[in-house]
Design a protein around this ligand. Structure first.
Ligand SMILES: [Zn+2]
Length: 208
């Protein structure tokens, strides 16, 4: 999984975010663009930030391991059985820790995919047509009251990486932009619709 970490601690400003990037190369490109726009906005909001960060980073290594090194490490550790002791330690450490929403989303991202027998392709595997605009998406969110039509969470309650309600194509046809075919879902619920498509088609039928 592509991930990067921003950790800036300058005069009371603290950003510490680990953000997963989408796997789909086109979505990843869009995501990168959004990230850099966010960074630009941050620098507009805090004009001294760039200078402060560069002062702070002076003489510091960006990351303890190079990318190559990390790749080598993960390659070397792949499939290596963990000792019983190690497993116990992990189990103990996890006990009682509630998973944050971000972790849950990340985990469901990790667990989805071709390995699952129900896998029928990802949400972003197909390119959206040109007229699939933000305006249309926003109008559907507005129609649905900015509420996930599966679990009932409001867009304002979303925190973490996905701040906006997704729009789901009920018939899974990305070309069918009829509002009757579109429904608002939070990311977690949207991911669920990757599996058991027949079930979800029936589930949402007549709801819009
Ligand atoms: Zn939901």
């Amino acid at each position: 999984m592509r991930a990067f970490k921003i950790e800036i601690d300058v005069k009371g400003l603290f950003f510490n975010k680990i953000m997963p990037g989408p796997k789909d190369p086109i979505e990843y490109k869009k995501w990168k663009k959004r990230q850099s726009e966010d960074a630009v906005n941050r620098y507009i909001k805090y004009p001294n930030l760039k200078k402060q960060v560069s002062e702070k980073m002076k003489g510091k290594k960006r990351s303890p391991f190079s990318k190559k090194h990390r790749e080598n490490l993960s390659e070397a550790l792949k499939g290596k059985p963990k000792s019983k002791d190690h497993k116990e330690k992990i189990k103990k450490a996890r006990m009682g820790t509630k998973l944050s929403k971000i972790t849950k989303v990340k985990q469901s991202e990790t667990h989805k995919g071709e390995k699952n027998p129900n896998w029928q392709g990802g949400i972003s595997d197909i390119l959206y047509p040109d007229d699939w605009t933000d305006i249309l998406r926003e109008s559907i969110r507005q129609r649905d009251g900015y509420i996930c039509q599966m679990c009932g969470i409001h867009q304002d309650e979303l925190n973490g990486f996905y701040k906006k309600i997704d729009i789901h194509h009920i018939d899974y046809n990305k070309d069918n932009l009829n509002p009757k075919n579109l429904i608002s879902l939070c990311r977690g619920c949207h991911l669920k619709t990757n599996y058991n498509r027949e079930y979800w088609i029936n589930y949402f039928k007549g709801r819009v």
